[in-house]
Design a protein around this ligand. Sequence first.
Ligand code: PEP
Length: 250
Amino acid sequence: MDRPFVIGNWKMNLSLSKSAALARAMAEEKPPERATVVLCPSFPFIAAVAETVEGTHIKVGAQNAAAEEKGAYTGEVSAGMLKELGCHYVIIGHSERRQHAGENNEMIKRKLTLANHYGLVPILCVGEKMEERQTGQWENVIAHQLTVAEGLPLAANFLIVAYEPVWAIGSGQTVSSDDARLAARTIRALLLELLGATVSQKQCAVIYGGSVTAANVKMFVGQDLMDGVLVGASSIDAHEFLGIINALNK
Ligand code: PEP
């Protein structure tokens, strides 16, 4: 992929003023256009962040979307609403939502379908737990999680699959470069089966997430490796996040 994705998942970490300041810092730095940079703030601050980065090539994404299109779903935010707010991307099925909000494949498939329907690029998170890796089940786990993409009518849209081993998130542990290469190859092969050759090659990207920093990002991205990264902790520090973007543009 010519333009690696560098996607920041700010989680529930930043206040309004800190979100705006981080977006401003990113916009002022004008990261190189050879990377596709996406910022994913908390729901209430999406509009402020979208306004701050308007006119730059930085895009905005959401961290989640409802599994329903509209109606009596108190507290939910729909894909259509996110589109109206200026989002281009949405994270779907993050392991923290699978763990804390009980999201299962059936809900994730509905979220994925709605995101795609509203023209948001879904960033579908998949990944195994430590015991699943230790017992050699990681491929099966990912294959099962990826079935939600089967037959997704992508039309002109794009799908990003984020391989995020649960044990690597926020732990300081990462996969090795060889494991990243193997995971990228495995996921691309599964996407080929699920979506066919043209779509899987032209409209899908596979990225890595889990304790990415400016110092280690080059281990995961490149030829035969991943098409970019999904970044948690390192994305809420402008200097570190810009360091990741710049490392991929050397
Ligand atoms: C994440 O939660 O998507 C993530 C990759 O977090 P971290 O970079 O902090 O491991």
